[in-house]
Write a protein that binds this ligand. Structure first.
Ligand code: NDP
Length: 456
């Protein structure tokens, strides 16, 4: 399989792809190796994750450069992702022992009855991952899964394969056996072949379209399934905000990682009283973003990772324009080598337009004028997705009222495009099922076992 640099289309590397036979063999090895891994004292498994953490620090520059070369992420943002990874690992290291500890939930001296819960690993789990934040979305799964005693068959996206191989090498050097964390290399076909193995859990991050297929395949086997899917994340800007601050924060939330985040701001509703001033400040922020060589330290907008996405973005612009939208910045594919799209701002948009309904996953945003909070909430909820939603206002009571009416896994007040290891990450509707991060995101890699114990 050829790994192409999305910024130039140059070949970065060639790697051997797994086929059905090698995937079957990898599964069998993981199945055989898992019990010994689970039998290790928790402290030993935690030590390997500490070792992995240390290696990511030692290799930071190489890892950041690899990520930038294979997916087009600006180099500073690649480093930010690696730095952010450390806090996630620290959270899991700190919380694992209390989450995984056996619990005594009942004891009766008279009847000598005791009831306990133990937290058993699921067994062998498949982790099919996305390319946009491969360290974040991967580690949300494989770190707690390994800590809990599972073996992991890890399929990175084909657009983050070299990063996936680095992750595997670092885990192995840190002491995770090669058969306990096993990379599976390839595209969608390799992912589908992995799902044909009798794994005990499937943890998928990706689009709704693929997630629906993955869920159906895993459901037939009665494997535990988690699907972390896309979003069409809305933000409502009330009339009482500091316009400059809100506009620059939201421009960052919409365009960071070239708009390719599951929780990127994808649509903005602005109170009519400040709409025009907000739009002017927002466009000024976007015009200040430097697009260019992702290896350049000053680049903020990188390449679009997947070439087919350029057509999706162009179609959204054409559709919006046909239906009455105005383009205030960008608007098209850049005529250059590589996958490039101009940072694009559309106004006079509405919900007849695909740009306000379908995930864009690129450097493009629609801004719509609203009359009041009721209209804003109705529009925010007019979506099949439900990953994140936010409101900008000085008024805490108003924010709470609005956010409590929004159907969404995460809600934000005066912030956006944010993930915390301490909070559960989940979606409703087409944004998926299941949860990662927080203590729920450790527990989810275990099966609670009920012990009914009566001494004689
Ligand atoms: P895809 O759905 O295209 O791919 C996800 C993974 O599934 C990749 O590893 C892919 O392999 C693999 N795959 C493709 N076809 C199949 C199949 N038939 N069976 C099994 N596996 C398969 O998503 P992207 O990687 O393009 O990621 C972008 C999407 O992910 C966006 O919708 C984004 O919102 C969402 N996302 C959600 C997050 C969340 O936390 N909710 C976080 C990050 C992203 P390959 O890439 O090699 O084709």
């Amino acid at each position: 399989m050829k790994i192409l640099n999305p910024a130039t289309h140059a070949v970065v590397a060639e790697v051997a792809e797994d086929g059905a036979t090698s995937i079957r063999a990898k599964y069998a090895r993981a199945r055989a190796a898992q019990p010994a891994w689970a039998a290790l004292p928790l402290g030993k498994r935690l030590d390997t994750i500490r070792g992995f953490r240390a290696r990511t620090i030692a290799m930071r520059d190489t890892l950041a450069k690899t990520l930038t070369l294979e997916m087009g992420k600006p180099i500073r943002q690649s480093r930010n992702e690696l730095d952010g990874l450390l806090g996630r690992i620290d959270f899991f290291l700190a919380e694992a022992s209390s989450v995984l500890r056996d619990e005594k939930v009942f004891a009766d001296a008279k009847t000598k009855l005791e009831e306990r819960i133990s937290h058993e690993p699921l067994g062998v789990v498949a982790n099919i991952s996305a390319w946009n934040y491969p360290y974040f979305v991967g580690a949300n799964v494989f770190v707690p899964a390994l800590i809990a005693g599972n073996a992991v068959l890890y399929k990175p996206s084909e657009y983050a394969t070299l990063t996936g191989l680095h992750i595997a090498a670092m885990l192995h050097e840190a002491g995770v056996p090669a058969d306990v964390f096993v990379p599976v290399v390839g595209g969608g076909k390799a992912g589908a072949a992995l799902l044909r193995q009798p794994v005990d859990g499937v943890f998928f991050t990706g689009s709704f379209a693929t997630g629906a297929k993955v869920g159906a395949a895993a459901g037939r086997r009665m494997a535990k399934v988690q699907l972390e899917l896309g979003g069409k994340d809305p933000v409502y800007v009330c009339e009482d905000v500091d316009i400059e601050t809100a506009a620059s924060g939201l421009a960052d939330g919409a365009f960071y990682n070239t708009g390719q985040s599951c929780c990127s701001v994808e649509r903005i509703y602005v109170h009519e009283k400040i709409h025009d001033a907000f739009v002017a400040a927002f466009v000024a922020s976007v015009r200040g973003f430097k697009r260019g060589d992702p290896l350049d330290e000053s680049t903020y907008i990188g390449a679009v990772t997947r070439r087919p996405q350029l057509d999706v973005l162009r179609k959204q612009v054409v559709d919006a324009r046909k239906k009455g939208a105005r383009i205030l910045a960008g608007g098209d594919i850049v005529n250059a080598k590589g996958n490039w799209f101009e940072p694009t701002v559309l106004v006079d948009v509405d919900h007849r337009m695909s740009v306000m309904k379908d995930e864009s996953f690129g450097p493009i945003i629609g801004i719509q004028k609203v009359a009041d909070d009721v209209e804003a909430v109705a529009l925010m909820n007019d979506t099949a997705y439900g990953l994140t939603a936010g409101v900008y206002t000085r008024d805490a009571k108003r924010a709470k009222k609005i956010l409590s009416q929004v159907r969404s896994g995460s809600v934000y007040w005066n912030c956006c495009d944010r993930v915390s290891p301490r909070l559960p990450w989940s979606g409703v509707g087409h944004s998926g099922i299941g949860v990662t991060l927080s203590t729920y995101g450790i527990q989810t890699f275990t099966r609670p076992k009920a012990w009914h114990l009566r001494a004689t």
